[in-house]
Design a binder for this molecule. Structure first.
Ligand code: ZN
Length: 418
């Protein structure tokens, strides 16, 4: 299987966390996994696969192992990426135009959002017998944030004001919110009066591509962190059943701190693991024994050394695109990795001929964090942090090496089967 090509396809169809979750569900359905609900009593069979989604934006999938008392082997990732979110009552008219009022979701590289065709995707809530949440993607080029010409801006280079400068242009006429609702209703084939509310995000419509002398790179948005959702899903689907129950947890809201009912800071994963044990008739104490015999690979992208900014990388830990999975290490515990977890990862790489490299932040820079420490805090399950080396993280287009995707999937599959 050409993993890099499949990754581009997966991301192109996942403009927001809602479409990403729908893509994960579709692929799990095709692989024979059964959908469950958190509000049901579960009855689960060994060696079979199941999944549960929450808020239509996070998803936990698992395959029941053959020894119920063995601990879980988990892969963690996140479905959300930095985006521009449409505010309520978004129409702003000015000079005969209509702009949309947006706020920033997460930490995008704002400069990269200018002068690109944008569309809208997210979900709408419909007024049915019960409230119905539906993913929606308008797909077509609809919005653009025009730059200010250099002749008018050369004297005033300062911080970008998102409330003033980042508002996408929607129409050459002055319009009301009805016209936006009409577009959503047409896309869904319903009457616009059925739409009670929406969560919509702008996204760039340009598709992903291979690039470089040997097509060795992938250029596409949202590699952070849909690249890891894709790798985790592929590893879970391909893995043979093992003694241990194999779990993939893809959380929403990592980019804004994970503190939501569908984020890694919630009890969602803890509750799913508990329900799995109860459904297999384990006692409470047996479940706790399992938790302390479990391990999580927390997967989130890493920074590669940038050839134009070598001084921004640590002097001795300089991951390169194409150099294989990156183990992330931090003394302040921004990443969960410790020597035992790192040793396990190195062992799996060596046994399966997978190259690997290490990342640490330069000591004069703070760097980012991941779901790893947050999830450890919620579940008490030990873990380690790893990812694939990227350039341009949080840009509208990020860059990774095509071959790294296959290496990463091999490592995760070996971990699940270990
Ligand atoms: Zn991330």
């Amino acid at each position: 299987m050409n993993y890099a090509k499949d990754l581009i396809n997966f991301i192109d169809h996942s403009p927001t966390m809602f479409q990403a979750t729908a893509q994960l569900k579709k692929r799990l359905d095709e692989a024979g996994f059964e959908e469950l609900s958190m509000t049901q009593i579960w009855s689960l069979n060994q060696k079979e696969g199941y999944y549960v989604s929450f808020n239509d934006s996070s998803l936990i999938a698992f395959r029941i192992g053959t020894k119920d008392c063995s601990g879980f082997h988990l892969i963690g990732a996140h479905t959300d990426s930095p985006l521009l979110k449409i505010k309520p009552s978004p129409m702003i008219t000015s000079q005969g135009y209509t702009k949309l009022n947006v706020e920033i979701y997460g930490g995008p590289l704002l400069d990269t959002w200018f002068d690109r065709p944008l569309s809208l995707a997210g979900r709408v809530i419909l007024d049915e017998k019960t409230l119905l949440s539906l993913p929606v993607d308008l797909k077509r080029e609809l919005l653009i944030i025009p730059s200010l010409a250099i002749h008018l801006s050369k004297d005033e280079k300062g911080d970008l004001n998102p409330q003033k400068e980042l508002l996408p242009l929607f129409s050459g006429k002055e319009l009301e919110e009805e016209s936006l609702l009409q577009l959503l209703a047409e896309e869904l084939g319903i009457g616009k009066e059925m739409i009670l509310d929406y969560e919509l995000y702008c996204y760039p419509t340009e598709k992903g591509c291979f690039i470089g002398e040997k097509n060795e790179f992938i250029s596409i948005g949202r590699l952070d962190n849909l690249g890891m959702c894709h790798a985790g899903l592929q590893a879970l689907i391909e893995a043979s059943p093992s003694n241990r129950t194999q779990v993939l947890a893809c959380f929403d809201n990592e980019e804004v701190g994970s503190l939501s009912a569908q984020g890694a800071g919630s009890g969602l994963l803890r509750n799913v693991l508990h329900k799995i044990s109860l459904s297999r008739n384990l006692k409470e104490e047996e479940h706790l024994c399992r938790i302390y015999d479990s391990f999580m690979m927390s997967c989130d992208q890493a920074h590669g050394v940038h050839p134009n900014y070598e001084e921004k990388a640590d002097p001795t830990n300089r991951p390169k695109l194409g150099g294989g999975p990156v183990i992330k290490i931090s003394a302040r515990k921004a990443y969960t990795s410790d020597a035992l977890g790192i040793a396990l990862c190195k062992k799996l790489c060596k046994e399966n001929n997978i190259p690997y490299q290490t990342f640490a932040n330069p000591s004069d820079m703070r760097g980012g964090s991941t779901i790893g420490p947050i999830s450890e805090g919620q579940t008490s399950i030990k873990g380690m942090d790893l990812g694939i080396a990227l350039l341009g993280m949080h840009s509208v287009r990020e860059l990774q090496a095509a071959e790294d995707q296959g290496h990463f999937i091999s490592l995760l599959r070996a971990f699940l089967e270990h």
